[in-house]
Ligand binder design. Structure first.
Ligand code: SAH
Length: 234
C-alpha cells in the first residue's frame, strides 16, 4: 500500500500551478531518481514537492535541481538530490515514525523527512545554518520538526528512542550514542569511513545491536564532535 505523505500544505507559490520550479522537480524525480532505481513512490512524491531552490543561498537557487551537491555557506554542502532520496528510501519511513537527523545544514533533507514521518528532531552544530533552516521550514509551514543546536554525534537523548536515525555528515565510525537512541527494529543510515571517502551504511537494530549493510561509496563533509572527528579549525 502506498503510504500517504503527512498532511502538510505549502504556500501556494511552492508547488502550485504558478511555481516555475515545479517542472524542474518533476524532471529531477524522473531522470535523476526513478531512472536510477529510487522506487518508493512516497519518497519520489516528497522529492517532487519540497522546493529545493528555497534551501540554497539566492546565488545558487537556479542550480537547485542539478544532479550535484551545492555549497550552502560555512564550508558545508547540501547533498545531491539522488543521495537525499537514497538515504530517505533506506530509512523505510512510516507516517508515525519519529526520526533523528544529525546535520540539519540547509534543512532540505529535514523537510523531505518531515513529509514522510510523524516527527523529525534535527541537530546542527553551526548556529547560522540552523537559523536559516529554521526560517525556511517555518515559511513552508512544516510543524512536525524540532531543531536543536549542538553536537549531534551525541544524538538528542531527550526525545529518544527514534524509529530512524539519519546522519548527513561523515563519521569515522557509527557513534554509539546514536545506536543507543535507536529503537529496537529501527534503522540508521550514515556515511562511514575516512574523511576523503566513505561508504553509505544501513544499520538495523536487532537484539540491541546493529546489523550493517553497506550500500555504496560517497563523500560527505565531516561530522565534528565528541563521537565524530576532532575540530581541526580551532
Ligand atoms: N542534510 C543537509 C546536509 C548538511 S551537510 C542538507 O540537506 O542541507 C552536513 C551538516 O552536518 C553540516 O551543516 C555540518 O555543520 C553538520 N555537522 C557536522 N558535525 C555535526 C555535529 N557533530 N552535530 C550536528 N551537526 C553537525
Amino acid at each position: 500500500m502506498i503510504q500517504p505523505l503527512t498532511n502538510q500544505a505549502f504556500p501556494a507559490e511552492c508547488g502550485g500551478p504558478d511555481d516555475p520550479f515545479r517542472h524542474l522537480r518533476d524532471d529531477m524525480a524522473e531522470s535523476q531518481l526513478a531512472a536510477r532505481g529510487v522506487l518508493d513512490p512516497c519518497v519520489l512524491e516528497a522529492m517532487r514537492r519540497v522546493p529545493r531552490h528555497l534551501f540554497l543561498p539566492p546565488d545558487q537557487a537556479d542550480r537547485a535541481y542539478l544532479d550535484q551537491p551545492l555549497p550552502i555557506g560555512q564550508g558545508q554542502t547540501i547533498s545531491q538530490p539522488y543521495m537525499v532520496a537514497c538515504m530517505t528510501e533506506l530509512l523505510a519511513l512510516q507516517p508515525g515514525h519519529r526520526v533523528l537527523e544529525i546535520g540539519t545544514g540547509s534543512g532540505y533533507q529535514t523537510a523531505v523527512l518531515a513529509l514522510l514521518a510523524g516527527g523529525v528532531v534535527s541537530v546542527e552544530r553551526l548556529e547560522p545554518l540552523l537559523e536559516e533552516a529554521r526560517k525556511r521550514l517555518k515559511y513552508l509551514g512544516l510543524d512536525n520538526i524540532s531543531l536543536h543546536c549542538g553536537d549531534g554525534s551525541l544524538g538528542f537523548p531527550e526525545q529518544a528512542p527514534y524509529d530512524a536515525v539519519l546522519v548527513t555528515a561523515a563519521c569515522p565510525k557509527i557513534p554509539p550514542a546514536l545506536v543507543d537512541q535507536l529503537a529496537e527494529g529501527g534503522r540508521l543510515v550514515a556515511p562511514v569511513g575516512p574523511k576523503d571517502l566513505q561508504e553509505l551504511v544501513l544499520g538495523v537494530k536487532t537484539g540491541g545491536k546493529l546489523t550493517l549493510r553497506r550500500q555504496f561509496g560517497c563523500r560527505f563533509v565531516p561530522l565534528i564532535g565528541r563521537q565524530g572527528w576532532r575540530d581541526d579549525s580551532r
